[in-house]
Design a protein around this ligand. Structure first.
Ligand code: ZN
Length: 489
């Protein structure tokens, strides 16, 4: 066996164990009895210990010195194994364990603090998370930018400076669009109850029309919608809300976008470093284009209107045009996960700026709430009324996920580029969406992006699919055009 074959055989077992860890996480959110929480924490820690040891195994370092790549796939595999090894060995095992132990605790404290609107009880925990993450970042950065070192976990190859410059270019146009739209008349929201069974039934139908393969997938209910797994076992969760069926339908479509990406990766890559989505930004481009550019389009919502009438009868919306307006209603709310397409990226930019300052030390945890509230009022024109609507709303920081937020907006930017290319490639797109037929659209995404998994670095993946350099222009043009038309501004 060659050094490369040895590496790939070892990697296959590591990937399989990592896949088991992921499924255990899925179980925790969906099926696990409450009383099993402590045992589960120990099971997860044991898996993590084994995985860390395998990823930092000195034998891997030796094999990497002599392994040769004979084709592009082998080259990509070696690049990713080398990267994972180099990152893992920079972090001392006791620091990795301290982080894992602390975040399992701080998540619980965050959840209680959010439920009680009690910022003070969470801040000492957050301070410790940040101390540990800064220590980790310093190990990884080796004198370079500490925020970039953390960002690299989620979006390899991009820097905070590049993202900051892109966000600065986006902000004025988003703010101007927001002001125009909020100055116009807004449609009323839905005003009745939609039964849970009906929501779940239509949810399954949506998953099917967007191409989610239920033979290697399943849908369950959970508090937070998510997608989990790769290749031949990719599961999603969704949620229902009696008065807001769109929450269910668009959470489902969003997670189906993530799941179809994972199901769409070339099966020959399963249990190799190439066998999953390449980065958080590229992942989010898939969930967002499914959810927004396709799912909230005039053409597709026309079809969805008919489906909702079949499922729920007359629900108080007169016709397809009125329905399109209700689906795309713009309101300046507090909560990022409920934000419309116009506001969403402004929520992300706020978090990006604050977390970058927290990691570099420019902002102290003690001043975080004040900084959040001032920035929110400046950007959204409304004062935050309580911490659960402000600084305590997201789980990410309690988890130590610093550098994750900006990938949401990067995903939207990539989705904008992909949508332009998709429209060019599929001239009959609107006609098909109006029939609830997404086969050609999702087929194009699978063919040009999803199948490649980790073969190319993130930005190259988008460039390959679009045939051009990705930029924020297409997203901003799409938003101006869509909401300008919808609101007549
Ligand atoms: Zn997502």
């Amino acid at each position: 066996m060659s050094a490369y074959d040895d590496l790939m055989a070892y990697e296959r077992v590591t990937q399989a164990l990592s896949s088991v860890a992921g499924r255990t996480g899925w179980d925790q959110e969906t099926m696990m009895p409450d009383g099993a929480a402590e045992l589960r924490a120990e099971e997860m820690a044991a898996l993590e210990e084994v995985l860390h040891a395998r990823r930092a195994n000195p034998a891997t370092g030796e094999l990497l010195e002599t392994a040769m790549a004979e084709d592009a796939v082998a080259e990509a595999n070696l690049r990713l194994i080398r990267r994972s090894y180099a990152r893992t060995i920079k972090i001392p095992a006791d620091l990795a364990t301290a982080i894992a132990r602390h975040i399992s605790r701080s998540q619980g404290i965050w959840a209680a603090a959010r439920a009680n609107d009690d910022v003070a009880s969470f801040l000492p925990e957050l301070k410790e998370v940040i101390r540990l993450k800064r220590e980790e970042a310093a190990c990884l950065a080796e004198g370079g930018d500490v925020y970039d070192a953390l960002l690299d976990d989620y979006e390899p190859g991009i820097t905070g400076a590049e993202l900051g410059a892109m966000f600065d270019r986006m902000r004025p146009r988003l703010v101007a669009l927001r002001e125009r739209v909020l100055g116009a008349d807004s449609p009323a929201p839905l005003d009745r109850e939609f039964d849970e069974a009906g929501q779940m039934a239509l949810s399954s139908k949506l998953a099917e029309v967007f191409g989610y393969d239920m033979n290697v997938g399943r849908i369950d209910k959970a508090v937070h919608p998510f997608s989990s797994g790769s290749g031949t076992d990719v599961r999603i969760t969704t949620r229902t809300s009696p008065r807001d069926p769109f929450n269910c339908f668009y959470s489902t479509i969003h997670e189906v976008g993530h799941a179809c990406y994972e199901q769409g990766v070339d099966r020959a890559y399963q249990l190799t470093p190439l066998g999953a989505g390449v980065s958080m930004g590229v992942h989010e481009s898939q969930s967002r284009i499914y959810e927004n550019q396709l799912g909230r389009s005039r053409a597709f919502t026309g079809w969805l209107y008919g489906q909702m009438r079949d499922q729920f009868g007359d629900f108080g919306v007169a016709d397809e045009d009125a329905f399109y307006q209700v689906v795309n209603r713009v309101t300046s709310g507090y909560i990022r996960t409920e934000a419309d397409e116009v506001h969403y990226n402004l929520h992300v930019m706020l978090r990006f700026d604050l977390e970058r300052q927290l990691i570099t030390g420019a902002l102290e945890v003690a001043d975080l709430e004040e900084a959040w509230n001032a920035r929110f009022e400046a950007d959204f024109g409304v004062a935050v009324d309580k911490p659960s609507n402000g600084v305590l709303q997201d789980v990410h920081w309690s988890f130590g996920l610093f550098g994750y937020f900006p990938t949401y907006t990067l995903g939207n930017v990539y989705a904008g580029c992909l949508y332009d290319s998709l429209r060019e490639a599929v001239p009959g797109l609107d006609g098909q969406l109006g029939q609830g037929d997404l086969a050609e659209a999702t087929g194009w995404l699978r063919e040009n992006l999803q199948q490649f998994g980790g073969l190319r670095p993130p930005r190259d993946t988008i460039r390959h699919a679009c045939g051009c350099e990705p930029s924020e222009g297409p997203l901003l043009d799409y938003l101006d055009e869509k909401f300008g038309t919808l609101y007549g501004v």
